[in-house]
Design a protein around this ligand. Structure first.
Ligand code: ZN
Length: 339
């Protein structure tokens, strides 16, 4: 807890991500499989609930490991010392319905369709998104947009820094998706407009604008990543309930700016439209059908590169958290469930 933190129970509420689909359990459970991954000093207990699946348990474990490495690369360490990841087989194909809970150190539940091919695990964003949620304190309901916004914005950057994705793909996705975060008619600001677009993409837009502004003010020496690492270093993970304004002040302290607090003051109860066209132009990002062209002579090209490129210091810190994954599989009897 920090000064100003509330003793409420936000951490116990689930963060529901992506589409909530009506899913049924796969039948014929025999026993669940539990494995432990060690990353840095953190322990990730992975439970794979029983059920026929196209992918192997080793492939599922590799998927968890990749997501954990992406998040640990971005934050310089895994966000919590212990988390449980529960993989639930469901009918069909695809990875769906991730949920992250703040209790008992952290719990992630994620559904994997029985027909999901291994290639889809390799390209998955959802588990990384869920793990990013572990890295930020639990907020009151009206600030849910910052929790989702950080997860949406950080997830691809973390995967790029861990060399699991390329930056062109992320910028193409952001050019396509960021407009979904713009205020619509009757918008009353991020704290009072709880639509899907404003929660996920409005929050991501807040992070993006803040990242660029921090970099402008610090000659590209600091970014949102430093602010988020600062909040985590101060103890602000999902197991703690913090006030948003206090969290942002701690983030600002890490960058030597007041960008997060200032932006929040402007956006919390007002509809602020972002001139995205100008931002893309200044950053040197030009749309080309489904891809983008990067202009290296654009005024903010260095800032665009700074957002996704790990710096030397980031690389050296990531060295310490990478390769120590350990697999200790064991079958856990019971947990039988009906169709
Ligand atoms: Zn989420």
């Amino acid at each position: 807890m920090i000064p100003g933190a509330r003793a409420g129970g936000f951490a116990k509420s689930a963060i529901l991500c992506a589409l909530l689909l009506a899913l049924t359990q796969v039948s014929a459970p025999a026993s669940d499989m539990t494995s432990t991954l060690l990353i840095g000093g953190s322990k990730i207990d992975v439970t794979i609930e029983s059920g026929e699946m196209k992918v192997s348990q080793a492939e599922l474990i590799q998927w968890v490991k990749s997501a954990a490495e992406a998040v640990a690369t971005y934050y310089g360490r895994y966000p919590v010392s212990h988390v449980r990841v529960q993989i639930i087989p469901v009918d069909g194909s695809g990875i769906r319905h991730g949920q992250t809970f703040g209790y008992e150190g952290g719990l992630i539940k994620i559904r994997v369709g029985a027909q999901t091919p291994a290639a889809e695990l390799a390209n998955d964003w959802m588990l990384t998104h869920e793990m990013v949620h572990l890295s930020f304190p639990s907020m009151a309901d009206e600030h849910h947009w910052i929790e989702e916004g950080i997860a949406v914005y950080v997830e691809p950057i973390a995967r790029i820094q861990a060399k699991q994705m390329n930056a062109e793909q992320m910028w193409a996705d952001l050019v396509r998706d960021m407009p979904k975060g713009q205020p619509q008619t009757d918008d009353k600001g991020l704290d009072h407009t709880h639509t899907w677009g404003r929660t996920y993409w409005g929050g991501a837009l807040f992070c993006f604008v803040a990242d660029v502004e921090i970099r402008k003010q610090t000659h590209n020496k600091k970014g949102l990543q430093d602010a988020l690492r600062g909040i985590l270093a101060a103890g602000g993970d999902i197991t703690h309930d913090w006030e948003l304004s206090e969290s942002l002040r701690i983030g600002d302290r890490s960058t030597g700016t007041t960008v997060l607090s200032d932006l929040y003051a402007k956006w919390k109860d007002r509809a602020v439209e972002v001139d995205l066209a100008s931002m893309w132009k200044d950053l040197g990002i030009a749309s080309q059908r489904k891809s983008v062209h990067m202009a290296e002579d654009a005024p903010l090209a260095a800032i665009r590169r700074g957002i996704t490129e790990p710096t030397a210091s980031k690389e050296s810190s990531s060295q310490t958290i990478l390769p120590s994954a350990v697999f200790t599989g064991r079958a856990v009897a019971g947990s039988r469930r009906a169709l």
